[in-house]
Design a protein around this ligand. Structure first.
Ligand SMILES: Cc1ncc(COP(=O)(O)O)c(C=O)c1O
Length: 385
């Protein structure tokens, strides 16, 4: 049988997880592959959900666009934290996570054979979504600090370009994009009347004085900018599948056609939990982010001790994305590391050609002791190899 999806790459993380299975039952196994934070939602929010769990409304659909109370709370949150103005009644849609939001945005916007420009290395799921829509990606290499190259992006725009896709803070590089770069890309989108899709899944995970800047702040560009948010990382809720999109009323009306077809609505219990986290849990989440900040400091100190790893010190997320000296095949390298140290990290090659020669190290769920142990092991490995 021939399937429409035959040409789409299988999810690379699933393949790696399979390869790691042989090692994962060992008490020595250390997982620095998964893109997860170490925290779960705050206790107060969980207690409120427990109180509502037997209520019949927790077990049925919400409106396609999600609970109004949650949309209102998100509007308040993004206003207070990022200066984004949004109308909860018709500019916000709750989705089953950011991936679901991105796929929905692509299916709403992109015609077959059009293209979406993305800085590279890129997040592979985005490529899968664009290809599923029978469209192409145009990868544009980032600069040496992992910032988008505005001139190269401008050069890449052609008559088939539908959108530019940015992720800041970035997976896999951790880069927090400069405000002036983002503004320049908004200007390009206005000039060429194309869409800027801004994935802000890690918006709270900015450290060392960096600030997250959302292009949705540019109210005059409201028809050309779509913001995607997630409760998975900042709020430790990946299993609950809750995210959101913010766009113009005209856009969300169209987006809801895809939403109703694909999921109807985001999971109701997850929406209730997200609402409770925003109402009661922000202080606790802030403490978790401070914990993460200490872990990052430790990891950046330790990674510098390894001569074979050349790291750009970025200020967002819990990912480090060092270049490995003389590495031509990062897939083989991570398998060698896994086999000889029981430590899983991800090969940069799964984030596109520009990622080759790098590895992604995720410290999100680790304790400081585990971070130390992981870097001891990596250090030993590179001394011997
Ligand atoms: C940039 C980016 N966007 C989206 C997602 C998926 O988020 P969600 O769990 O909300 O679908 C991830 C997960 O790793 C990510 O790194």
């Amino acid at each position: 049988m021939k399937y429409r999806t035959n040409g789409i790459i299988p999810p690379p993380i699933v393949k790696l997880a399979e390869a790691a299975k042989r090692f994962s039952s060992s008490p020595r196994f250390l997982n620095l592959g998964q893109g997860l934070p170490g925290h779960i939602p705050p206790e107060d929010a969980l207690s409120s959900l427990k109180e509502r769990i037997s209520h019949p409304t927790t077990h049925v659909y919400t409106p396609d666009e999600g609970l109004l109370e949650l949309r209102e709370e998100i509007a308040l949150y993004v206003r207070q934290k990022f200066d984004i103005d949004s109308d909860p009644h018709n500019e916000i849609v709750i989705t089953a996570g950011a991936n679901n939001a991105f796929a929905g945005v692509i299916l709403t916007l992109v015609e077959p054979n059009q293209n979406v420009i993305m800085p590279s290395p890129y997040y592979f799921n985005s490529v899968m979504a664009v290809n599923l829509a029978s469209a192409e990606i145009k990868a544009v290499s980032v600069d040496s600090n992992f910032q988008p190259n505005v001139n190269d992006i401008e050069t890449a725009i052609d008559e088939k370009t539908c959108a530019i896709f940015l992720i800041s803070p970035n997976n896999p590089t951790g880069a927090v994009y400069d405000r002036n770069k983002i503004d320049a890309i908004v200007d390009l989108c206005l000039q060429h009347d194309i869409m800027l899709i801004s994935d802000e899944t890690y918006s709270s995970m900015v450290f060392e004085g960096a600030e997250h800047y959302s292009p949705r702040v540019r109210r005059e560009a409201e028809h050309n900018v779509i913001t995607i948010g997630s409760f998975s990382k900042d709020f430790g809720m990946s299993g609950w599948r809750v995210g959101y999109v913010i766009g113009s009323q005209e856009f969300t009306k169209e987006f809801l056609k895809v939403q109703d077809t694909m999921t109807i609505c985001a999971p109701t219990a997850g929406q209730i939990l997200a609402l409770e986290v925003l109402k009661k849990g922000l202080d606790t989440v802030e403490l978790e982010l401070q914990r993460l900040s200490h872990l990052r400091n430790l990891a950046y100190l330790r990674v510098r001790e390894i001569d074979a790893l050349d790291v750009v010190h970025t200020k967002g997320t819990f990912y480090l994305f060092p270049r490995v000296k003389d590495c031509q095949d990062s897939r083989k390298l991570v398998m060698d590391i896994l086999q000889s140290t029981g430590t899983l990290i991800l090969p940069g090659a799964i984030f596109g050609e520009d990622g080759e020669g790098h590895v992604r190290i995720s410290i999100g769920p680790l304790t400081p002791e585990a971070v130390d142990e992981a870097f001891d092991r990596l250090s030993d490995f590179f001394k011997k190899n």
